[in-house]
Design a protein around this ligand. Structure first.
Ligand SMILES: [Zn+2]
Length: 242
């Protein structure tokens, strides 16, 4: 691994397509930084309205539920910043200029030292929201750092010092999250509406499936940590020359 452990940022902003993506991809890193005093913000681009397998579900209610779940998950990470929901329709996220402007606005408004988002260059990724969220995050950083991009914003331009791409095609950086695995699990478990579809925890689970999910999350952290010699880790592609 080329890099391990950035200095704890004063502010971090995680940009993701859906409620729960941040917790899955970088929740333990954010929990570690929050515990050390970093202000952690979430920018969630879609409303999560496709997050059910039940064709009869009330989607307005689901959107409201997922907003509440995302707030509770952020709190479970220890995040003291904002949870901003852009509310684009789940499954229809476009990496267009209007949305890029909004992403750049929130980078300028929250002034993070580190931005974390999906790796848009990851090969063979099926979900269009994850691809487009990656482009919006990367292109949003470029727009945010220069005063002549989106000059209509009422906030000053801002250049983060690091961009960490999660689900990376070629990871080259690991954060040591030993001691923060349970915080990640606790945050993920706040996304109760996703138990069946994403976490494979049935409503009548006696605790066995929940424990299996916890084991899978911790196993993933062990796998990511191993190349750097950490008990638990989260890996990223790090862009440090912004
Ligand atoms: Zn997602």
């Amino acid at each position: 691994m080329a890099g391990i452990d950035l200095p704890t940022p004063a502010r971090a902003l995680a940009i993701a397509a859906h409620p729960d993506d941040v917790e899955f991809q970088c929740g333990a890193t954010l929990a570690k930084w929050a515990a050390a005093g970093c202000v952690v913000d979430h920018l969630i681009l879609t409303d999560g309205s496709k997050g059910t397998w039940n064709p009869d579900d009330d989607l307005d209610a689901l959107v409201a539920t997922r907003r509440d779940e995302q707030r509770r998950a952020a709190a479970a990470l220890g995040a003291t910043g904002e949870v901003v929901m852009l509310g684009r329709v789940d499954g229809e996220l476009e990496a267009d200029l209007a949305t890029r402007s909004q992403v750049a606005y929130w980078i300028r408004a929250r002034r993070p030292d580190v931005v974390l988002t999906h790796d848009p260059w990851r090969r063979y990724r099926l979900h269009p929201d994850h691809r487009n969220a990656g482009w919006l995050g990367v292109d949003g950083v470029v727009a945010a750092r220069d005063p002549h991009f989106f000059a209509d914003h009422d906030v000053a331009h801002h250049r983060p010092s690091a961009l960490l791409l999660f689900e990376a095609d070629e990871p080259d950086h690991v954060e040591d999250v030993t001691g923060f695995g349970e915080a990640k699990v606790a945050a993920l478990l706040e996304h109760r509406s996703q138990y069946v579809t994403t976490m494979h925890i049935d409503p009548d689970d006696d605790g066995t499936q929940l424990e299996a999910f916890r084991g899978r999350v911790l196993d993933g952290l062990r796998r990511h940590g191993a190349p750097a010699g950490f008990e638990l880790g989260e890996s990223f592609k790090a862009l440090l020359d912004l």
